[in-house]
Design a protein around this ligand. Sequence first.
Ligand SMILES: [Zn+2]
Length: 219
Amino acid sequence: MAHADPETLTLLALGEPVADQSTVDHLRTCVACGSELDALREVVGVGRETRVERDLPAPPGAVWNRIAAETGAAAPPRRWRALLAVAVVAAVAGASGAVVVDRVSTPPAAAEQVVARADLAKLAGAPDGARGTARVVRTPGRTVLRVSVDGMPAPDGLYQVWLYDGAATMIPLGVLTGGQADMPLPGGVDLRTYRVVDVSAQRLGQQEHGTSMLQGNLS
Ligand SMILES: [Zn+2]
């Protein structure tokens, strides 16, 4: 089939359910779409953590039109805000210059259920006292990996969260900014196989897995 369309990838990056099974199947095997989704997830992660000051440039018209088409007037506020965050962060990433950010308010979580958890222990690369937890949190609309860390120094580059099968394959979930982040779990990932949660230190722009700082097994 053709590559997944940008709207679908954006919704997936936001953790929204996508009913189209052929898209889900395609994403399992298509490296191009997979890396585009990874990049969008990274933007979503930044968008959820940050709010951009009002005097920054507006998003490009094409992005804006896509948001309007995607959401319509009846769009739920949560999705609107998330899409807006993606658009604004994408626009700012395209422009240059420093961004002043502060916390975005997120609506209270409804009917959350923790279905697995892991204590994250420090590895050789992490300082004494570094530790964390990871929880697989299911709500009616989405499943996320909620990662909290403590005692970690400010990174040289960034911290990235991965799922690992313990053998050969690591799936990048997103960038950890601040002490806690929710990372949408791809629908096709079997957590019985990808049991290991890994937090790595990455150089900026580094695509491959960097240096493991914290690790633990989901159970
Ligand atoms: Zn594709």
